[in-house]
Design a binder for this molecule. Structure first.
Ligand SMILES: NC(=O)c1ccc[n+]([C@@H]2O[C@H](COP(=O)([O-])OP(=O)(O)OC[C@H]3O[C@@H](n4cnc5c(N)ncnc54)[C@H](OP(=O)(O)O)[C@@H]3O)[C@@H](O)[C@H]2O)c1
Length: 229
């Protein structure tokens, strides 16, 4: 069987980069994408992945990514919507500039939806696909607290998108899930976080490699522990 193909957004560093390494180790062909050409090329060369410049906020980049994948691989088995920003650390929801909320949504919500919309038809055609939306427990309504309004709301919206797309894709062979990587030592998570990027990436790899009878429309941490919405 031809090796499976995975596309990971925001994979030049952090959890996405660790997920790229883990999928390569499983024999996947990995398209390592990100918005900065030199960072993407350096990261991809380091691990033997296929580099792709893709800023998820740019519709033309998403279209070019689809054309590239079609031409180069003719298939996409797993899409990992990992690119994300946290712009309202230490700011109260009562004071967060709406512009920061909008910019957060551009990447964390519309970026992920844009790519899912672009690649789902190709997956449905082949009756196989795994869409992984990298969410956060911070987006859980059940766990909501003060602060991080933009970030929390963006991940809550991503969770809803996961539910809706999973329902619409039911029975097509395409599974859509949201995952929380845990609190991870990356530029976003900071040095005090307990998990390494490799440990955080486990949830992404689990959801990207689910068997055909695996779950869809769920919210998980680790390797399949359900989380409250
Ligand atoms: N770290 C944690 O504790 C934690 C916890 C829960 C969830 N998460 C989620 O896990 C995912 C990965 O986070 P991380 O901790 O690995 O963060 P990170 O180290 O800050 O990496 C974020 C990645 O996203 C990329 N990115 C940002 N905006 C982009 C855009 N418009 N287009 C394409 N790529 C873009 C960044 O690219 P540049 O290098 O160009 O900036 C970088 O590669 C995020 O969705 C985050 O919300 C993280």
């Amino acid at each position: 069987m031809e090796a499976r193909v995975a596309l990971i957004t925001g994979a030049n560093r952090g959890i996405g980069f660790a997920a790229a390494k883990a999928l390569l180790a499983r024999g996947y062909r990995v398209i390592l994408s990100g918005r900065d050409r030199s960072a993407v090329e350096r990261a991809a060369a380091e691990i033997g992945a296929e580099p792709l410049v893709l800023d998820v906020t740019r519709a033309e980049d998403a279209e070019a990514a689809l054309a590239f994948v079609r031409e180069r691989f003719g298939r996409l088995d797993a899409l990992i919507n990992n690119a994300g920003v946290l712009l309202d650390e230490g700011v109260r929801g009562l004071e967060v500039p709406l512009e920061a909320v909008a910019r957060t949504f551009e990447t964390n919500v519309y970026g992920a939806l844009r790519l899912a919309q672009a690649f789902a038809p190709m997956m449905v055609e082949r009756r196989y696909g795994r869409i992984v939306n990298v969410s956060s427990i911070m987006g859980s309504l059940a766990h909501a607290g003060p602060g991080y309004l933009a970030y929390r709301s963006s991940k809550a919206a991503l969770n809803m998108i996961t539910r809706v797309l999973a329902a619409e894709l039911k029975g097509t062979g395409v599974l859509v899930n949201a995952v929380h990587p845990g609190w991870v030592r990356t530029r976003m998570g900071g040095p005090a976080a307990p998990l390494s990027p490799e440990e955080g990436a486990r949830a992404l790899v689990w959801a990207a490699t689910l068997p055909d009878d695996g779950p869809t429309g769920g919210f998980f941490e680790g390797e399949g522990r359900p989380l409250p919405w």
